[in-house]
Design a protein around this ligand. Structure first.
Ligand SMILES: CC(C)(COP(=O)(O)OP(=O)(O)OC[C@H]1O[C@@H](n2cnc3c(N)ncnc32)[C@H](O)[C@@H]1OP(=O)(O)O)[C@@H](O)C(=O)NCCC(=O)NCCS
Length: 301
């Protein structure tokens, strides 16, 4: 993708995603104008310049498919994948995926991604090329009242805003819990040049980092994540803190289906399920310890 392709790719992300959901009897994902999805190009190019492949129709010059990817020290993450509905089922997504797997293989790295369990087209796309689900997550949304949720927190845990000097600890914690490293993502969130990110963390009385959780608040994507936590109490405390930031709004967050305390807490605050996602990997994978909360901005698993 070149800079001059951004508008067309943003339009493709908007149209392809909404068309798929409509055709499959579900609610559209992007409710605002096509310009909203420019956010993907902006954030992904800020993070990983030049890491988006497009498939162009030789006859018309039209962009038929696009896929972003995020190379990191420990893995390559697959970003948002879209094919234009006029080109569905012609092997375009499969070709883009093959290229990105090749890029990862050249560096002996696994590819990681998050994909919908309700979208058999994307599940099959990844399964055919050797990916297997590693964890299941429930996507939950919560309409946060204007006056806030008034959640009672665990008194022994303190949640505070993250600062640049916390990044090393955050990267180390994620390496320990999940075996992946992506310091530059955390630096990007905390630097927050766009004014849409917020990152909180939780330390114990000895100052040891127990978890962190970011969020993005933009009309194209209102999500809480990515984050990791040593245990569910820490995850619940950080989630409650993040939700206060979304008063009068409806953020989405992903919780491991096995995180019973976190899931039940979210239900008790009024959250509802909207989808199920799988994290997937095609190579070396360390089963995570603690609680993992992925997001789609940027896609993480
Ligand atoms: C999901 C999506 C990207 C697929 O794009 P596509 O170009 O139509 O996919 P492809 O034609 O490359 O097909 C992918 C593979 O799935 C296979 N496949 C599709 N349905 C299948 C099924 N029910 N069982 C088994 N395999 C199936 C195809 O045969 C193909 O494998 P092959 O190339 O080895 O034959 C496209 O539907 C899309 O953009 N959807 C909207 C956005 C979206 O959902 N993105 C994914 C987010 S994770």
């Amino acid at each position: 993708m070149l800079d001059e392709d951004w508008q067309e790719v943003a339009k493709l992300i908007h149209h392809s995603t909404n068309s798929w959901y409509l055709a499959n009897g579900k609610n559209i994902i992007f409710k605002g104008p096509e310009s909203d999805t420019l956010l993907f190009c902006e954030v992904y190019e800020d993070l990983d310049r030049g890491c988006c492949l497009i498939a162009e129709c030789k006859e018309t010059g039209k962009i038929a498919g696009s896929c972003f990817y995020h190379p990191r020290k420990t893995h390559v993450s697959l970003g948002i994948m879209n094919v234009s509905p006029d080109f569905f089922g012609q092997g375009i997504a499969g070709s883009l995926l093959k290229r990105i797997i090749g890029i990862a293989e050249d560096q002996s790295l696994p590819v990681r991604l998050v994909s919908s369990a309700q979208n058999l087209d994307s599940f099959s796309l990844y399964s055919r090329q050797g990916f297997a689900p590693t964890q299941a997550f429930q996507d939950m949304y919560l309409e946060v009242p204007k006056e806030g949720l008034d959640i009672e927190l665990f008194s022994e845990l303190r949640v505070a805003n993250a600062h640049m000097e916390d990044v090393e600890d955050m990267a180390e914690l994620e390496k320990n819990l999940c075996g992946i490293e992506r310091k530059k993502d955390f630096q990007y969130f905390i630097e927050n040049k766009k004014g849409i990110w917020k990152t909180v963390l939780c330390r114990n009385d000895q100052g040891q980092l127990l978890g962190f959780l970011s969020s993005v608040d933009h009309q194209a994507c209102r999500m809480i994540g990515p984050g990791v936590a040593e245990d569910e109490k820490v995850a619940v405390s950080m989630l409650a803190d993040q939700l206060e930031n979304f008063r009068g709004k409806t953020p989405v967050f992903l919780l491991p289906v096995t995180a019973k305390l976190a899931v039940q807490s979210a239900y008790s605050w009024g959250a509802r399920n909207c989808e199920i996602h799988f994290s997937q990997c095609n190579g070396d994978y360390q089963p995570p310890k603690g609680v993992v909360m992925p997001t789609f901005m940027p896609e993480t698993s």
